[in-house]
Design a protein around this ligand. Structure first.
Ligand SMILES: Nc1nc(C(F)(F)F)ncc1COP(=O)(O)OP(=O)(O)O
Ligand SMILES: [Mg+2]
Length: 220
């Protein structure tokens, strides 16, 4: 498990922003700064998809975004790329079912934060056994931000996990906006994770504030 206890992880998951250079048509540095001003609680650097940065450019942007997060005391999570996370001493990593085996990742990262995407109860049990600090459940709603998504699950998935006594911190992901975010919390999610609802917003800070209002209204 990570250096953070479950309560702290639940708080960090409240409004979890995920972004890479391919998610925004503006400078990612500006978008992240505005999102932090708007009240995000956790950030994941996810450099994927057509035109994604690689090599030195990817490391450079990661370090720039990591510094912005550090200055704002927002933990910086790296998606998929465990080597990058270790090279820049990120606060954690997020891996899915198709990525490096979670048990091996936990070995490699020590007490950094480990997030794992899960879509079924058995995946959740394995993830917990492998040392997950939180579970990413989704896609809750249809999403444009990820091509190879699993079937849309709806908030019932979160509800089922809670009814089956999965108490691990859970964040919902996939197509979440300020109009449906509260349903994710009401179903038992500790927070919501978004890409385009913030990264593609006309006014990033305002969009973030609206999302945060929806989630704070429900966080028990
Ligand atoms: N990146 C993610 N972050 C979350 C989080 F919990 F953080 F909200 N949940 C789910 C995913 C999806 O992870 P994965 O299935 O590996 O796909 P990709 O690597 O393309 O993102
Ligand atoms: Mg992945």
């Amino acid at each position: 498990m990570s250096e953070f206890d479950s309560k702290r992880i639940e708080e960090l998951l409240t409004l979890y922003f995920i972004m890479g250079s391919t998610n925004c048509d503006r400078d990612p540095v500006y978008v992240l700064e505005q999102a932090i001003e708007g009240g995000i609680t956790l950030f994941q650097y996810r450099e994927k998809g057509r035109g994604a940065l690689e090599g030195k450019q990817k490391v450079k942007l990661a370090e720039k975004l990591q510094k912005i997060c550090k200055d704002a005391s927002i933990p910086f999570i790296v998606n998929d790329d465990v080597d990058l996370a270790l090279t820049i001493d990120a606060d954690g990593v997020h891996v899915g079912q198709e990525d490096e085996c979670a048990r091996a990742v936990r070995e490699r990262i020590g007490n950094k934060i480990l997030g794992i995407s899960t879509h079924t109860l058995s995946e959740a049990h394995h993830a917990i056994a492998d040392g997950a600090d939180y579970l990413g459940l989704g896609p809750i709603y249809p999403t444009q931000s990820k091509e190879d998504t699993e079937k849309v699950q709806g908030t019932e998935l979160i509800q089922n996990f809670r009814e089956l006594n999965i108490t691990t911190p859970i964040v919902g992901i996939g197509g979440i906006t300020s109009s449906n975010a509260n349903k994710v919390i009401q179903a038992g999610g500790n927070g919501v994770s978004v890409i385009s609802a913030i990264a593609a917003a006309e006014n990033v800070k305002q969009a973030t504030e609206q999302l945060k209002k929806q989630v704070d209204k429900n966080v028990v």
